[in-house]
Write a protein that binds this ligand. Sequence first.
Ligand SMILES: [Zn+2]
Length: 92
Amino acid sequence: MPGPDPHSIWIEPALGGSVLTYYRYFGTGKVGNRKKRVAVIGERLSRGDWNCRWCLDPMPIWRRTDALYCRESCRKRAARSRKQHSWVSISS
Ligand SMILES: [Zn+2]
């Protein structure tokens, strides 16, 4: 499944927060799923939750709306550290 179009939505910093802007689908003029994405991302942004759980960088806009990490390497590092952590707690 191809990822969402990274150029269709973007975040602009604004006074007191950020503004989400999105394009309508070219041709049809329908917003469809994109509107839902914007709603979910906007909600996470307002909670201060649109950041990588590992490096705490702001998430790229093209990530899935339920993504927790900004990229694969962060996800893997987080998983590895979780694993290591549980190993230490078991052996000690
Ligand atoms: Zn990250």
